[in-house]
Design a binder for this molecule. Structure first.
Ligand code: SIN
Length: 277
């Protein structure tokens, strides 16, 4: 049992907490990690401010949760291939992750968690929104839960195949294009049920239904899950670091800072095959 008491400050009613007084470059022994891990399970997304960490420090912190995930189509830093540098430049209009999604639902074994570290941030904007998918599930009616209890979603992101092929990496070698995941998944550590979803560019349809049948259900579930009272919003500063649990949150990068640069270092932690419980 850990002896360390963390200073954890929730940032919204639904989810999200800032952890104060931890230096991730120097303080990370087992005693410190245990309550941080518990805070992630309790709050679904945790934030640290004013960190000054190297890519290796970020890797060391991420490895506390498990192995690191190799992104199927995005290259990492030359020095640390596990760390992706996510850059939106002054003249870019597109941002990575600008729709509500759960990381890597378009793979067989989606990431357990994602860790994002802010290197450069715009003077205002560029926040990240998170939605609590436990609450999204729990606030559905009993009839809706019963109707969709055994539903599976079909997930893919076909654009990735082209990018993977262009990079000649492993992902281009004959992987199937579609992955089926439970619509309601059970979190393997907390045992709580969640709604497991991404925007329609990834979560294409409910398995076995026609598009016409499936689309209104998925549209409803997305608007239900992203109601403001089920979300929180994090404003970044250089040195901010966030960890989110992809088994219990969706997230969205707000694309509202055209003309400014935003540079983030991103890591994903390997998940385990999703069990249907
Ligand atoms: C992502 O979807 O992983 C990126 C989130 C962000 O840049 O805020």
């Amino acid at each position: 049992m850990s002896k360390t008491q963390l200073n954890v400050r929730p940032i919204a009613g639904a989810l999200g907490a800032e952890i104060l007084g931890v230096n991730l470059a120097t303080d990370l022994d087992d005693d410190m990690f245990m309550p941080i891990h518990q805070a992630l399970l309790d709050h679904c997304v945790i934030m640290f401010r004013d960190q000054d960490i190297s890519p290796q420090d970020q890797i060391d912190f991420a490895k506390r949760w498990g192995g690191l995930h190799k992104h199927p189509f995005m290259p990492g830093l030359n020095s640390h291939p596990e760390v992706l540098e996510v850059v939106k430049k002054e003249d870019d209009t597109h941002t990575l992750g600008g729709d509500w999604h759960t990381d890597q639902m378009f793979t067989a074994v989606p990431a357990l968690a994602t860790m994002l570290y802010a290197k450069e941030t715009p003077p205002a904007g560029g926040d990240t929104l998170f939605a609590n998918m436990y609450l999204a599930y729990e606030s559905l009616s009993g009839a809706m839960k019963a109707m969709l209890a055994d539903a599976r979603t079909v997930n893919s992101y076909t654009k990735n195949k082209g990018r993977a092929a262009a990079m000649k990496n492993d992902y281009s070698d004959g992987e199937p294009e579609e992955y089926v995941h439970p619509l309601f998944r059970t979190h393997p550590e907390t045992g709580r049920k969640t709604l497991y979803l991404s925007y329609k560019g990834v979560t294409r349809r409910i398995d076995g239904l026609t598009n016409a049948e499936s689309e209104p259900i998925l549209d409803f579930l997305m608007s239900h899950a992203t109601r403001p009272e089920l979300t929180c919003r994090f404003s970044w500063e250089p040195g901010s670091l966030c960890v989110w649990d992809n088994r219990s949150v969706m997230h969205l990068a707000v694309n509202d800072y055209h003309g400014y640069r935003r540079v983030m270092h991103r890591l994903t932690i390997e998940g385990q095959p999703i069990k249907v419980v």
